[in-house]
Design a protein around this ligand. Structure first.
Ligand code: ADP
Ligand code: MG
Ligand code: MG
Length: 913
């Protein structure tokens, strides 16, 4: 028996049996086909139809022809449609028409092809005119078929059809398609057939089955079309899936004023508010709404125009939401007063809407808290904390006359950039010239997606909230304003004009996707606060609860049994406060050297470095001590009750000194001018700096090596830490200081320095008469430390992976040089899967980390382990930290909310429940 390549919509049970589960059905029939079949089963009015499977598509892609049996099955399924509808394909007396629609497992809106009105030809057209007495509708449909068939199946350029149509309308003085009469459409059918013949050398095929066969093939082929491939690259959808083909009985929304077509979201895809949002057009067909050819009506108006249909529509969409427990994005058509559903899928939404919908659905009892947490991707949270325009700056811009236009606020966020009027140029300027770019178009088409992704923002002069530009921008989190109709775009002159203001290509504008406003020039942006986003706060609390579940993580004895904690990297009390308000429960890295750079302190630091004796050095350090103590005091206070890891001085000392070249210039200038005042000091300083020169300072005298050469510095730092901690304790603040020694390569280094420092800690506590818990530990950022971790852990009470250095040292790359010179090529050539400075290299660096933890816990079972490199805020790297048994990840304050969600995701993913 030949394989089953085709499933009728009412054979979804068979598909389930074959595919195993619903995921499998979606893979087999595609999302659109599975949805149509599922709706059919749920007795939602769906026009009869069938689906040719993705397996058939993949077989076709391999062999270049339909697999055996596919076409026979399609033809016999057509017979089934004929039976169900009482019509006949290609028969002028009671003609059946179908659409041929693409639909992959994951929705790729508008990326592949669809042909409507298949079955129309000269004969059936006449038949339809007789049947409907509506020649205008018939010829409109026919010319659409020739155009869609021509562009989709025969690869004719859109322009070849649009040009003569525009000319025709201009000649007649029409502004809109609605003015076209039946005669007009009829003569366009003739023109379009001529175009078809001229472009392909063949006549437009009159045979209905030939139309169907070629359209099926074209849909298969569209899987490998450029825009589909681009889209898959951008969204990470696999190239192997293939698309299904859905053959659906046509229902006509362009049959008159009691017909129409529309698209709708069951909730607001921009804000998440529980309110139906959509657009529809009376007397129009499918794509008209999305293409924004005419300005559509908001769905609410349907209530007045067709109350019965509206009621049924609301009832059906409500049922669909309950069934899928997800916000739905639906397509519908009304034919002669009867409602038909043509598609349902989980709707794309902004980050803001994703959070609100997830939280609301928990309140509505539709989904669990765990499910809600999983519904929001960590990176979406990042978008929520992204820049908005500073409102006073915006007001200022407005006053100064920079306001250009207002359109539909299609995708929120603020974008500032230089404008470009086509996707290729926008992409080129963004990628090659590193500009921040705003792509401006009358409207966008699927071919434009690569330009949109490269842009910071998108602006169109046409279309509405469900137009292509809006949908794509929301999906990728790109601020977007659509339908700013006051803007006149001149694609030839490469300008856009609003009244007397003209903006040229390459000039700056500011686009506010939250309000729909567009301004000339660059308006400063600010980041929104977390406090005002109550739904996000709720969701993050649920995420924390998940991580706090005892037993959610399995591992060897001594390993953490809860999820990861999220700590933060903060050098100053104000950063610590912000991070804490974002939910950080510890400081994983405070870099003390930043404190040395402050203007009043730097001269003292420099004198300290240049000191000739230990006594002299100590004198300067005594001056620095109060500063450091007060820094730490503020930090402990801000983090009351939480652990605070303070890293002792790490960078090479030359970083604190004046620039050698600049100093040399000054010396030369003084010499040339013959001035002696100050010359001697400058010469001495220059000599000292030259003496400190190292050919590879990042691998030279820094970290613990520096502490061993000049122990006075870290001795002062430890004294400052413990004095501050003691003072805080006396004030009732709960302190948990952890002193971190950087760049350890051998335990002998710790053996040398740590006891001295611990002695100071003990002395200070005795002096102040207080006692509190503290730890001494080290960074693991040199491969040797990772390899000898069981030895290192004999002294170190905690490890913190400094994965920036660990990655540099493991690969033997210097980060700046690598990123500038060859990393991009390496990633492009597939030598590295991604930039290892952004995502942890699990096979190399990650293995070292895993080993360091297991070795370290051999000698110290309760070893506390964290990560403080930039990877600590990256969801994929966070997953690795979870798997190898880290206690926490530490990241920059702004990444804390992202990390909280990411830690919960991985905890659930690997909980085994
Ligand atoms: P896309 O994936 O780009 O949305 P679709 O296959 O959903 O493509 O179809 C494009 C448009 O045509 C949609 O508006 C859809 O509702 C409409 N359409 C598709 N099939 C039919 C049909 N059988 N009858 C009426 N309209 C249809
Ligand atoms: Mg669709
Ligand atoms: Mg380091």
């Amino acid at each position: 028996m030949t394989k089953k390549w085709v499933y009728l919509f009412d054979e979804v049970g068979d598909a389930e049996k074959y595919a195993g589960d619903w995921e499998g059905v979606r893979a087999l029939l595609g999302g659109k086909g599975a949805g149509l079949a599922d709706m059919t089963r749920a007795k939602v009015p769906v026009p009869p139809g069938f689906t040719v499977t993705t397996e058939a598509c993949n077989a076709y892609r391999k062999s270049g022809k339909f697999p055996e049996g596919q076409w026979d099955q399609e033809m016999s399924s057509m017979k089934d449609l004929e039976k169900k509808t009482g019509k006949q394909f290609g028969d002028p007396d009671k003609p059946l028409f179908v659409s041929c629609r693409s639909g992959a497992k994951f929705s790729m809106p508008g990326m592949m092809n669809t042909v409507l009105n298949i079955g129309l030809n000269d004969v059936t057209a006449e038949g339809m005119v007789k049947l409907t007495s509506n020649p205008r509708f018939v010829y409109d449909s026919y010319r659409r078929l020739i155009e869609m068939f021509g562009t989709v199946v025969m690869d004719i350029d859109d322009e070849a059809f649009e040009q003569p149509m525009a000319e025709y309308k201009a000649k007649k003085g029409y502004k809109s398609d609605t003015e076209m009469t039946s005669q007009d459409w009829k003569s366009l059918v003739v023109t379009f057939k001529e175009v078809f013949k001229k472009e392909t050398g063949q006549d437009f095929p009159q045979d209905a089955y030939e139309q169907l066969e070629l359209a099926t093939e074209a849909v298969f082929k569209s899987w490998n079309g450029k825009r589909a491939v681009d889209y898959r690259r951008a969204t990470g959808i696999s190239d192997d899936l293939g698309t299904a083909v859905n053959i659906v009985t046509m229902v006509f929304g362009n049959m008159g004023e009691d017909s129409g077509t529309g698209v709708a979201f069951t909730r607001d895809p921009s804000t998440g508010e529980k309110k139906m949002m959509g657009d529809y057009l009376l007397n129009a067909q499918g794509e008209d709404v999305v293409a924004g050819i005419r300005n559509a009506d908001p769905i609410g108006n349907l209530k007045k125009q067709m109350p019965e249909v509206y009621k049924e529509f609301m009832e059906i969409t409500d049922r669909l939401e309950q069934h899928y427990k997800e916000m739905q994005d639906v397509e519908f058509t009304i034919e002669g007063g009867k409602l038909w559903m043509l598609q349902t899928r989980n709707g794309k939404r902004t980050a803001k809407a994703a959070v609100k919908i997830a939280v609301d659905m928990v309140d509505e009892g539709l989904i669990s808290k765990d499910e809600a947490v999983l519904r929001v991707a960590p990176d979406q949270v990042d978008a929520l904390l992204h820049p908005q325009f500073n409102s006073s700056e915006k007001a200022k811009a407005e006053k100064s006359g920079a306001f250009l236009a207002k359109g539909v606020n299609a995708s929120p966020g603020a974008a500032v950039g230089q404008i470009y009027f086509d996707a290729d140029k926008a992409e080129e300027m963004a990628k090659n010239n590193k500009q921040t770019v705003i792509m401006v178009r009358p409207f966008t088409k699927p071919d434009d997606v690569h330009g949109m992704i490269a842009a910071q923002g998108v602006l169109t002069s046409e279309g509405g909230a469900t137009s292509h530009a809006a949908v794509v921008a929301r999906q990728f989190g790109i601020p977007c304003v659509v339908g700013a109709s006051a803007i006149m775009i001149d694609l030839d002159k490469r300008t856009m004009t609003v009244q007397d203001k003209t903006v040229k290509e390459g000039e700056w504008i500011s686009v506010d996707g939250t309000t729909g406003e567009v301004f000339l020039g660059q308006i400063p942006t600010t980041a929104p606060t977390l406090e005002e986003q109550t739904e996000l706060l709720t969701l993050l609390l649920w995420a924390d609860e998940i991580c706090a579940r005892d037993g959610i993580r399995k591992g060897p004895k001594g390993y953490p049994t809860r999820g990861l904690q999220v700590w933060t990297n903060a050098d100053y009390p104000k950063d610590a406060q912000r991070a804490r308000s974002y939910g950080a429960v510890g400081i994983g890295l405070c870099r003390t050297e930043h404190m040395f750079f402050e203007p009043v302190r730097l001269p003292i630091v420099q004198k300290m470095i240049l000191s000739h004796s230990s006594e002299e050095r100590t004198r300067y350090l005594d001056k620095l001590l109060p500063y450091q103590r007060s820094d730490f005091d503020g930090l402990f206070e801000a983090m009351d009750g939480c652990p605070v890891i303070i890293r002792l001085i790490d960078p090479p000392l030359h970083e604190f000194m004046p620039d050698e070249e600049a100093l040399l210039e000054e010396v030369i200038e003084l010499r040339v001018k013959g001035e002696t005042k100050g010359l001697k000091e400058k010469e001495d300083l220059l000599a000292a700096i030259r003496g400190m020169h190292e050919s590879n300072p990042m691998m030279g005298l820094r970290g613990v090596r520096l502490s061993i050469s000049l122990p006075e510095i870290v001795e002062m730092q430890v004294r400052a830490i413990f004095e501050a901690a003691a003072d805080c304790t006396l004030r009732g603040v709960v302190v948990k200081p952890e002193v971190m020694i950087p760049l350890t390569g051998t335990v002998k280094e710790l053996e040398w320095i740590q006891p001295r420092l611990e002695r100071i800690a003990g002395t200070v506590m005795k002096e102040k008469g207080v006692n509190f818990d503290y730890k001494f530990g080290t960074m693991i950022e040199i491969p040797r430390a990772a390899v000898t971790a069981s030895e290192v852990a004999k002294l170190a009470q905690f490890f913190s992976f400094g994965t920036n250095d660990l990655t540099q040292m493991t690969f033997g790359y210097s980060r700046d040089d690598a990123e500038r010179n060859f990393l991009v090529t390496y990633v492009e050539q597939g030598i590295l899967p991604v930039n290892p400075f952004q995502v942890i290299d699990r096979d190399g660096v990650g293995k070292l980390m895993e080993m360091a933890i297991s070795e370290g816990r051999k000698s110290r079972p309760d070893l506390e382990v964290g990560i403080c490199g930039e990877h600590g805020g990256d969801p994929e790297s966070i997953e690795w930290c979870h798997l190898i048994g880290n206690n926490y990840v530490s990241c920059s304050p702004f990444r804390v909310p992202v990390a909280r969600l990411a830690t919960a995701h991985v905890a659930l993913k690997h909980s085994g429940t």
